[in-house]
Structures are given as C-alpha cells and as structure tokens.
Design a protein around this ligand. Structure first.
Ligand code: NIG
Ligand code: FE
Length: 423
C-alpha cells in the first residue's frame, strides 16, 4: 500500500518537472517591470544574482535562484563560467538587403563632400539601387544571410529589414521576396518594411507620380503576397517633401499599413508627420527641434535613434538624452546600410551613444531590447520574464556594467533564439 503511495508521489513529481534550466548566471538583468517611456536609472534594474532560467517550448517558464530552480526542471544545462544574461537585442531599423559597397562615397565624404551632394548627383542611394537591381535573387539572399549571421554574433535575434534599393514595383518586390525567403530559414526573426519611398524612382521625374504608382500597384501586391504590412518614407527635401510624404502616408494608412518614418535626419519635419499618422516609430531625429521632441514625448510614437548613421556620416548624434528627459520611448538601432551606416555593430554604436549622450546602462539596454521591440509592435520579447520568448544573450563577465564599459568589444558569448542555442 505504502509502495503505491510512494510510486504515485514520484510519478507526480516527475510530471511537475519540466523544461530546461540554464545557469548559473552571476547576474540576470531581466529588464522587466520598467516603464516604456522616459528616463531610467540603473537602480531600477531588476537583477537576479546567481540566477537560472527555465525554458520550455521556446518561452521562459521561470526565472529565479539557480539552486532553487534545479528542483523544478526536467533538464539542467550548467554553464560553468561567469556570465551575465539579458534579453537578446532587437535591431529595429536596417537596410540589410543590398548589393555592393559604397567605399568610394565614404572616401568622398571624409574628403568633405556631403551625403546630400553625392545623392543629388546620382550617387549615394542610387549607386546601391543600380547594384542591387543587377544582383540576382540568389545573390541578394546570400548577402542578406551573411549580414544576419553577423547580427547573431552581435547579439541581435530580431531584425527589421527595409527594401528601398529597388525603386520600381518589380525591383521592390524582388527585395521583399528575398527578405521573406530568408526569414523562413534564418534563426533571426525578420520584420520586413517597404521603403519604396526612399528616394525618387529613377524612371520618374515627379515624386507624386512615382508614389502614386507605388501605392496603386505595389501596395496591393505586398498584401496579396504577405510580404509586409509596414511602409516607410524618407522625409527630406532631397527625398520626399513634407507635402508629398503627407499624401503618401495617408494612402498607406488608408490601405491598412502600419507606418514608420525616416524623420528629421538633416531637416526637421518628418517627426511631425510620424505623429500625425500614428507611426510605430520616427527614426533618425538628429535635427529634431525642441518642439519636435515635446510632440514626440506626448505621442505613442517610438523615437528611434541611429548612432551608426551619425558615426558613418560624421554628424552629431540624435539628442537621445533630451528625448528621454522629455519622456519619449527611445529605441536604438543600427540603420545598417552601405551608405550612411556601414558598420552595423549595434552594441558598439549604443555604447558610443551612451558615452556621448550620457545614457545610463538601463536606458541603453532598454533601447536595445523592449523599447526597440515596441517600435516593431512586438510585445513578446525584449524582457526576460515568464511567458516571453527565450531570446537571450550571455556575456562572459560577472558585472553587467562591464558591457558598456568595453564599448562593444565584449561581445555575447552565448545566444539563444526561442530557447535553443543559436550561437
Ligand atoms: O537611413 N537616409 C536615408 N536612408 C538611409 C541611408 C541609405 C543609404 O545611404 O544607402 C539612412 O541613413
Ligand atoms: Fe535608414
């Protein structure tokens, strides 16, 4: 009789044991419980010391003290080193689907030619458009995959990728089909965005005419093929004027798309449109005025800053400190592209931004994780908490402050995507 009870008890215990426990981690910086908007101090960070994470079916089941969690997990993976664990990074703004180099542009820029001047003379973005249009789908696929492999090494497991080097209905479709294909078989989750409104299509003279063709012909194809539900526009005199972008965003909204805006990079204006159309994010903001900042802070639009573009162009950083103090939700992304931001190392860029703009570790990591996820409309990642995706990165150190201190030199040693080791 007693034996039966013992057997039953053992059986019950076994069925309660589930998931895989990873750890111990010197520190787990969960980034949970923090506000979506405004400034953050490091003492607001929730840190589990000597921690462990139980992962089940790709999501986090429990976080706690490693020793205590050992009793609850079906499997234990002991890591045997000092590690700091945090949510994997989200890069919410990239142009990674391109062919060719723009080293010659860069050389011209550091010899004092401006980005806008190069573009005006048919170079810059147009140069990449020519090379990307010449590339086959297979070639683009290979280039994109290689860059995403690098993203994983940088700790990025969710990455937005824009088109915008096609600039015709067919070529934009080609780029977006490549992005979709790669998303199907790469470990990183991709979020595609259509940036046909990057600059005027080379076959057109009139921006309004060009965008009319894009909205009439490309928008329905995007929806039909399930390529993207996001539309972006570069608002700048050299790209699309405030008035033309206004009409285009209105059409995109009417057609049911989510929108995002390349805003206030060289001149102010785009962020106002982003707010008008309730964009998911307004990105760049290097030239935002105090009025723009106030408006952004009073809106749900994520203010995405792109230090890689400031570094690539030798320009001032976006006013991230001011944006946070005003109450904005500030995300940090790479803008990785062959022209203005060729580096593409998110952590290095964020560390430099934080040094110059005086962002706390909490603000910087928030900008790389849950605040960036918000810019993509994703609420299932960016924090480590029960029920969230187990997208996690571990650094070989015992103190999270070492990460920004090394200014990008300390890279993640381990990367998990949906609970399984991706690096
Ligand atoms: O976000 N500013 C517009 N578009 C990109 C650059 C693209 C390129 O130069 O190829 C950016 O900086
Ligand atoms: Fe960009």
């Amino acid at each position: 009789m007693v034996d039966i009870y013992i057997l039953e008890a053992v059986k019950n215990l076994k069925t309660q044991l589930s998931g895989t426990l990873y750890g111990p981690f010197e520190q787990i910086v969960t980034l949970d419980g923090l506000p979506l908007k405004g400034p953050l101090s490091d003492d607001q960070l929730q840190i589990q010391s000597k921690g462990g994470v139980i992962v089940e079916n790709g999501t986090i089941k429990e976080i706690g003290e490693f020793v205590a969690l050992k009793e609850k997990a079906a499997k234990v993976k002991e890591l045997g080193n000092h590690y700091v664990l945090m949510p994997a990074f989200v890069d919410s703004h990239t142009h990674l689907c391109f062919a060719g180099s723009r080293a010659h542009d860069y050389a011209a820029r550091i010899s004092c030619k401006s980005y806008q001047e190069i573009l005006k003379h048919g170079g810059g973005i147009y140069d990449t458009v020519r090379k990307t249009n010449e590339a086959t789908e297979d070639e683009l696929l290979t280039f994109l995959k290689e860059r995403l492999d690098a993203q994983l090494r940088y700790g990025v497991t969710t990455c937005e990728v824009k088109s915008g080097y096609g600039l015709s209905v067919d070529q934009e479709l080609k780029q977006l089909r490549v992005i979709k294909k790669v998303n199907d078989d790469h470990r990183i989750d991709l979020v595609a965005t259509c940036l046909a409104a990057h600059v005027l299509g080379p076959d057109f003279d009139d921006p309004s005419e060009y965008l009319k063709v894009i909205s009439n012909e490309l928008f329905p194809a995007l929806t039909k093929e399930g390529l993207t539900n996001r539309i972006d526009v570069f608002v700048e005199p050299e790209a699309f004027s405030f008035a033309v972008a206004d009409q285009y965003l209105s059409k995109a909204r009417q057609a049911g798309f989510e929108v995002t805006v390349h805003a206030d990079q060289f001149t102010s204006g785009g962020s106002e449109l982003a707010i008008k159309y309730m964009a998911a994010s307004a990105d760049h903001l290097e030239s935002s005025s105090d009025e723009d900042i106030k408006r952004l802070a009073n809106s749900p639009v994520v203010a995405t800053v792109l230090p890689g573009a400031s570094i690539g162009l030798g320009m001032n950083y976006a006013p991230a400190r001011k944006l946070l103090d005003a109450g904005c939700c500030v995300a940090i992304a790479t803008d990785w592209n062959p022209g203005s931001a060729p580096m593409g190392d998110l952590l290095t860029q964020a560390a430099l931004l934080s040094a110059y703009e005086k962002l706390s570790s909490a603000e910087t990591f928030a900008g790389l994780t849950f605040r960036a996820a918000k810019a993509l409309g994703l609420t299932d990642r960016g924090v480590l908490a029960p029920g969230k995706r187990a997208d996690m990165i571990a650094f070989s150190t015992a103190d999270y402050r070492e990460i920004l201190y090394h200014q990008g030199k300390l890279k993640p040693k381990l990367v998990w995507k949906d609970g399984s080791v991706a690096l």
